[in-house]
Design a protein around this ligand. Structure first.
Ligand SMILES: [Zn+2]
Length: 74
């Protein structure tokens, strides 16, 4: 019968994906970029004379990442 073929055809149909325009994604890309730069600062330069937060706590938290990324440390 023709009704038995209809469910098989419906399950193999590809759902339509709405495209995301560059204008919609640009603010999120900027936000994530700034967040990554702040993270890069804390991993790579939050130490000594450039330190924003006194003490060694931030440096100790990101110490392994610092070595992993090849920043000079000790
Ligand atoms: Zn180190």
């Amino acid at each position: 019968m023709a009704q038995s073929a209809a469910p098989a055809a419906a399950s193999s149909a590809i759902p339509a994906v709405a495209p995301i325009s560059l204008k919609e994604i640009a603010p999120w890309a900027l936000f994530v970029g700034i967040l990554m730069l702040v993270l890069l600062y804390f991993v790579g330069a939050e130490q000594g004379a450039t330190s924003l937060i006194s003490g060694e706590n931030v440096h100790e938290w990101v110490h392994d990442g610092r070595h992993l990324l090849g920043f000079p440390c000790h």
